[in-house]
Design a protein around this ligand. Structure first.
Ligand SMILES: *Cc1c(COP(=O)(O)O)cnc(C)c1O
Length: 352
């Protein structure tokens, strides 16, 4: 007898998409997971088909932006199995983000179960092995309860949807040029370390300006003194110094990227590179060899040039290809995600 899963594989077919060229865009997939928090508790949650959300006009989400989110990917391995990379850390981070925004945190076990259900409910949308594409998962939580006076709402919704995304870089990672933003990303004791939509709303203006000026991203400096490096709008920055050490900016207002934390571990334990995690002055960058931006979407984007008005820093690794250390880190982490390299214990969740 066929198991439910293999029967499904037998009867259903992968969507006919040009997986290598789908880019990073939203596609409506078949199923999404929804759980509601009402009367002080989360319900058991379920997969549904309707991609639309209906909210009251005065929902806390719409008025005071009570929202937190996560971003993660599922990959098909060569044997056809589907895996997720360190989803327990997304569950932990979203739990903490929700607490900071005064939202009921979503139980971590239920979070992982929701991820499994969404992947299994959309198997035809999981890009095949070798396409370079993956299934992007977007867990998020928002206030559905009505508020008008400023206070936390009393009802919430947790959702997870997915969309297939193409390889960020076709034919190898190409270095980007970034600029130092004249705006700040996060206040010193604000919400910089929280993955919340509110941090993105305020970054859109400087992001549009950066794109108009021909830069891929903004590099933000510490808002108190504007002398230390923080991160970009959606990725953590890492550097390689002249001695080949990995230099990783440290600040309470940097979002704790799972990609960056994984890279730090792999540098130390797999590649035996010394890692220096500390506050990093903008002034130091001119002495560095390589720079990269870490996040789920691109994994690591090599940076070839950093511009702050008249001050132009051309990293020695150049604009042609990633430098040797960033390149090796990229190959190691993407090797683990795609099953070509054995990862540390517990990094891969086998979904089906
Ligand atoms: C999500 C995010 C990152 C990257 O985190 P990953 O867990 O690696 O995807 C970096 N900076 C900001 C501001 C983010 O929101």
């Amino acid at each position: 007898m066929l198991s439910a899963l293999s029967e499904r594989r037998f009867t259903m077919a992968k969507k006919n998409l040009d997986w290598g060229n789908i880019g990073f865009a939203y596609h409506v997939t078949d199923k999404r997971y929804v759980s509601n928090w009402k009367d002080g508790k989360w319900d058991e949650g379920a997969l549904i088909s309707n991609p639309e959300v209906t909210l009251n006009e005065s929902a806390g989400m719409l008025q005071y932006c009570q929202q937190v989110f996560e971003g993660m990917k599922a990959y098909t391995w060569e044997d056809g199995s589907v895996v997720c990379f360190r989803p327990d850390l997304n569950a932990d981070r979203m739990y903490e983000s929700a607490q900071r925004i005064e939202m009921p945190p979503f139980p971590k076990d239920q979070f992982l179960d929701a991820i499994d259900q969404v992947v299994k409910g959309n198997l035809d949308w999981v890009p095949p092995y070798g396409s370079g594409a993956s299934l992007y998962l977007r867990p998020y939580e928002f206030a559905t309860g009505v508020v008008i006076g400023v206070k936390p709402a009393d009802e919430y919704q947790f959702r997870v949807f997915c969309t297939p995304v193409g390889p960020y870089y076709k034919g190898g990672a190409t270095p980007i040029a970034i600029q130092v933003s004249d705006f700040d990303r996060a206040a010193p004791r604000g919400t910089g370390a929280v993955k919340a939509g509110l941090n993105y709303a305020m970054s859109l203006h400087s992001s549009v300006l950066a794109h108009k000026a021909g830069f891929a991203e903004n590099l933000y400096l510490d808002p108190a003194t504007r002398t230390y490096v923080e991160e970009t709008g959606g990725s953590n920055a890492i550097f390689v110094d002249k001695a080949g050490n990995l230099v990783v900016p440290k600040s309470p207002s940097i979002l704790p990227s799972i990609t960056r934390r994984s890279i730090v571990y792999l540098a130390e334990h797999y590649l035996h590179i010394h890692v220096d995690e500390r506050p990093v002055k903008y002034e130091e960058i001119k002495n560095f060899q390589e720079c990269g931006l870490c996040g789920t979407a691109a994994v690591i984007s090599p940076v070839g040039r950093i511009v702050n008005h008249d001050d132009v820093i051309n990293l020695p690794s150049g604009m042609e290809k990633a430098g040797p250390v960033i390149g090796e880190l990229y190959d190691t982490i993407t090797g683990i995600q795609s099953g070509r390299i054995e990862g540390p214990e517990g990094w891969i969740r086998h979904i089906c």
